[in-house]
Design a protein around this ligand. Structure first.
Ligand SMILES: *Cc1c(COP(=O)(O)O)cnc(C)c1O
Length: 394
């Protein structure tokens, strides 16, 4: 059932509503079965059973062993644990001190890598991307050597939707025995995660991007990967993430992940049709509009653009007033507008990058809503440009 919505929600890449079936699965674990999974008694046993069931459900969908799934507090924390945990472990063990990432990573990866470089003696280097933000595997082949502590490349891009050839990149790393991490936080709702252990060593997930609750995530860590905990304390999560597990949220995440992966086949064509309607109409009816990211190899729900002569943040305010909830790319609300590092990395000028718009649909989006949106957007943009011209003339 569609949750009641005040506006037309087209920001599913920022977050998604919790699926009813997920909420229902979570409810018993708040007060009825509230035990601490580390406790010996019956309450603890019940909670532990729920926790381990959740781990098993996720592992099964990925085709990996349940001991390779670590629950975390969010997608960001999974990225932090992967980067910092592996970089520090590898450096103390082998002296490897290079970190290779793409220039189009989410800040959860890029800011972590920057901190490792600025304060912990690592050398941070960026892999080449093309104008769609897709990493060049040959550049990885050229750069990789045994001094590399970790390679991290985003799977499906949150800002521009492009899908990286992570399987190929992962195989290059594996042939060189270098750990490969992918931020799969956006990808998990749109692509099959089956068999990811065959090509990556670590993969990050966050439940609220696939109709699960906010504030819970998971990290796949392939057996045998060198990694240190970044949060120390008790022995929970195989000693890799201390702290009492958030059982209801973890149960919700597992349910949401299972549903998302099982419903992929039906969902993909439905979303792509809505997405392509948006892309085609914008390109047809709006002058000075450019699609950002790859036209084909992109997330099935993701349309993103830059517009000439438009301030992206102002555009969002106008769209909100017209009844549409969209985004400029990342979910950041900052006072001073800075062009996105992702758009700059794919060669868009800072002027044009400030005119970005991200429209992401989801399973509760209807064709009518999309119709409504594609009819309204050209009008909103035209009025907006006129208004700006008027201000410019005064
Ligand atoms: C949303 C997102 C994150 C952060 O996940 P949270 O659960 O919100 O911390 C990381 N990477 C990508 C690609 C994302 O889209």
């Amino acid at each position: 059932m569609k949750p009641s919505m005040k506006k037309i929600y087209m920001d599913y890449a920022a977050t998604t509503p919790v699926d009813e079936r997920v909420l229902e699965a979570m409810l018993p674990y708040f007060s009825g079965q509230f035990g601490n999974p580390s406790s010996i008694h019956l309450y603890g046993q019940e909670a532990e059973a729920a926790l381990e069931d959740a781990r098993e459900i996720i592992a099964q969908q990925m085709g990996v062993h349940s001991s390779e799934i670590v629950f975390t507090g969010c997608g960001t924390e999974s990225d932090n644990l992967a980067l910092r945990g592996v970089a520090l472990a590898r450096k103390s063990k082998t002296r490897a001190d290079r970190i290779l990432i793409s220039p189009v990573e989410h800040h959860a990866v890029s800011h972590t890598a920057e901190q490792l470089a600025d304060h912990f003696g690592f050398r941070l280097e960026y892999l080449k991307v093309d104008s769609y933000g897709i990493v060049d595997p040959d550049d990885l082949r050229r750069k990789i050597d045994r001094d590399v502590a970790i390679v991290s490349v985003i799977y499906g891009n949150n800002e521009i939707g492009s899908i990286n050839p992570v399987e190929e990149l992962g195989q290059i790393c594996r042939a060189n025995e270098i750990p490969f991490h992918t931020d799969a936080v956006q990808a998990a709702a749109h692509l099959s995660m089956k068999g990811l252990g065959n090509w990556c060593d670590l993969a990050s997930f966050g439940a609220h991007k696939f109709y699960g609750p906010k504030g819970v995530g998971a990290l796949f860590i392939r057996k045998g990967t060198s990694i240190l905990p970044i949060q120390t304390g008790g022995g929970q999560e195989f000693g890799l993430r201390a702290g009492t597990q958030n059982v209801p949220y973890i149960v919700g995440m597992a349910k949401a992940f299972e549903l998302a992966q099982m419903e992929l086949q039906n969902m993909q064509p439905f979303l792509m049709q809505l997405r392509d309607k948006i892309i085609v109409s914008v390109q047809e009816f709006i002058k000075g509009a450019y699609l950002t990211g790859h036209p084909v190899d992109r997330l099935s729900n993701h349309a993103s653009f830059v517009f000439e002569g438009v301030d992206g943040n102002q555009l969002l305010i106008h769209l909100d007033a017209a009844g549409f909830a969209c985004s400029s790319g990342s979910a950041c609300k900052t006072g001073d507008p800075k062009p996105s590092h992702v758009l700059l990395a794919i060669g868009i000028s800072s002027q044009l990058a400030l005119g970005s718009l991200r429209v992401t649909v989801g399973k509760y989006t209807t064709p009518d809503e999309v119709e409504n949106f594609v009819n309204s957007l050209p009008v909103v943009i035209q009025n907006f440009r006129k208004l700006n011209e008027g201000i410019g003339k005064r």
